[in-house]
Design a protein around this ligand. Structure first.
Ligand code: FES
Length: 109
């Protein structure tokens, strides 16, 4: 078995699909975990905790919930979603307002 680290999500042009992240259309490999694509694209912050600290993919096995994003109308863990053509993703990557003690998890779009 040969392992290969994907450093450029556009280096497999035969399998590219178009997804939209926060309104930006992106060509990414199809059938790979969304969290891996977001990390490869430099999108490390997907939300904020109540203290305003950034949240993003941590475990990549579906347990930490740091990668929660809105996919279509549903909140999903990005590490548990495979990329497919037309995937519509919204993050809560903007920092919370200073008077918001709840962070941005749950506020998407
Ligand atoms: S990275 Fe931990 S649940 Fe997705």
């Amino acid at each position: 078995m040969t392992w290969r680290w994907i450093t450029d999500p556009t280096d497999r042009p035969d399998t590219l699909v178009t997804i939209t992240v926060d309104g930006q259309a992106l060509a990414v490999p199809g059938g790979v975990p969304l969290a891996a694509c977001l990390l490869a694209l430099g999108r490390r912050t997907l939300g904020h905790d109540p203290g305003g600290r950034p949240l993003g993919p941590g475990c990549l096995i579906g347990t930490c919930h740091g990668c929660t994003v809105r996919v279509g109308a549903d909140l999903r863990r990005a590490c548990q979603v495979l990329t497919v053509e037309g995937l519509l993703v919204t993050t809560a990557s903007a920092p919370p307002a200073p008077d918001d003690s709840r962070g941005t998890q749950g506020k998407y779009g």
